[in-house]
Design a protein around this ligand. Structure first.
Ligand code: DAV
Length: 369
């Protein structure tokens, strides 16, 4: 077997080793404050919880297996998590929830920066133990790569004090949500550091972190102190009524080029660092669908949740024809991957993967600050 190397500094350098999630035993978690704030008010998921229908799990797993095979055929090593029993409740001295979630989106939990993989605090109670799905892999990498740094962020208490009660109402309405999110009045408070790994984008020496429902300012401050050799930039995207995770909003494709969701544009004052350094931010193509699949948390903008294999090659979901067309125009070779029937399990092609190794070094792409 090839030597195991944990190392990845950005979102685009040649991918050599990756984790692809699994849909096994995935649950719709019971209501809890942070999750309620995220589930769209008209969603078919409101008021139901429990294991997802078995035939949908099987279908999602087929697609994830097929994606893993496609990557392997391109010479990329693929590892898979070991699913824990997501039906088990979680009880800590501070909270209780009747079930957990799943392990389809490793990107939400694992943040790879250089030779480190950091387990995020997470911000939903049902995701408190999600890192356990990946522990067998972390233990293996620890044994196989003497330079691998396995880190974990302080486990949050996730008491009610972490969540704004204003968001508990089921009938807030999109207008009010947009006003609140524009003011950065998010569901999470600033009692303790909270972040999901999928709110972070890696640009070599710079980390760009979305402040929103799943990551608070204290979480960003924790990341700043933790990655003390990096520059950490908080960003937010007014226009998103449910701001969780940056990867259907802002998608770097290669040095100098980023796709931005046209409904969630980066505000002018936050564009300065990109403009000063010759980075182009272009509107992403329209999604091919008007609605997300059934029982899905994410928006139709999973169209731009792509996995870059190298600065010239990108995996795009097969039905997302407009996104693929735009990639082609931008000079990227498109690898079509069928994944839409797995979206409901935690997201798209970027969500369902986590970097282990990209052939990359820590570069400074923003010398003019
Ligand atoms: O647009 O619903 C999805 C991101 C999932 N990691 C959205 C964000």
């Amino acid at each position: 077997m090839e030597k195991t190397v944990v190392n990845s500094w950005n979102e685009w350098d040649p991918l050599k080793h990756v984790i692809v999630g699994r849909a096994d035993n995935c649950h719709i978690p019971p209501e809890e404050p942070a999750l309620d704030a995220k589930v769209p008010e008209d969603s078919d998921m409101r008021g139901q919880h429990g294991m997802r229908p078995l035939h949908t799990i099987d279908l999602a797993n087929d697609l994830l297996d097929q994606f893993a095979k496609q990557l392997e055929a391109r010479g990329i090593r693929v590892d898979r998590p070991t699913p824990i029993d997501h039906s088990l409740p979680v009880t800590t001295p501070d909270f209780h929830t009747d079930s957990q979630f799943g392990c389809m989106p490793p990107r939400d939990v694992l943040l790879t920066v250089g030779s480190e993989i950091l387990e995020a605090t997470m911000s939903y109670r049902c995701r408190w133990f999600e890192y356990l799905n990946y522990r067998p892999l972390m233990e293996q990498y620890f044994d196989e790569d003497p330079n691998f740094r396995h880190e974990t962020a302080p486990k949050p208490r996730l008491t009610d004090a972490d969540y704004r009660p204003d968001y508990l109402s089921e009938k807030i309405g999109v207008d009010k949500r947009l006003k609140w999110t524009a003011k950065k009045f998010f569901v999470t408070t600033e009692v303790e550091p909270l972040f999901d790994a999928a709110d972070v984008l890696r640009f070599g020496k710079d980390l760009v972190v979305q402040h929103g429902f799943t990551t608070n300012l204290k979480g960003i401050e924790w990341l700043r102190r933790h990655f003390s050799e990096h520059r950490v930039h908080p960003v937010n995207f007014p226009g998103d009524p449910y701001p969780i995770h940056i990867d259907a909003t802002f998608t770097p494709l290669r040095p100098g080029l980023i796709l931005n969701n046209p409904h969630r544009r980066l505000p002018d004052d936050q564009r300065v660092m990109f403009e000063k350094n010759g980075w182009e931010i272009v509107d992403a193509a329209q999604p091919a669908h008007n609605t997300p699949p059934d029982l899905c948390y994410s928006s139709v903008w999973l169209s731009m949740n792509v996995l870059v294999l190298d600065p010239k090659t990108v995996c795009v979901e097969k039905s997302e024809v407009y996104q693929a067309e735009q990639m082609d125009k931008l000079g990227m070779e498109v690898v079509e991957v069928e994944l839409r029937d797995a979206y409901a399990f935690g997201g798209g092609l970027h969500c369902c993967t986590a970097d282990v190794y990209r052939e990359s070094t820590c570069e400074d792409y923003f010398p003019n600050m």
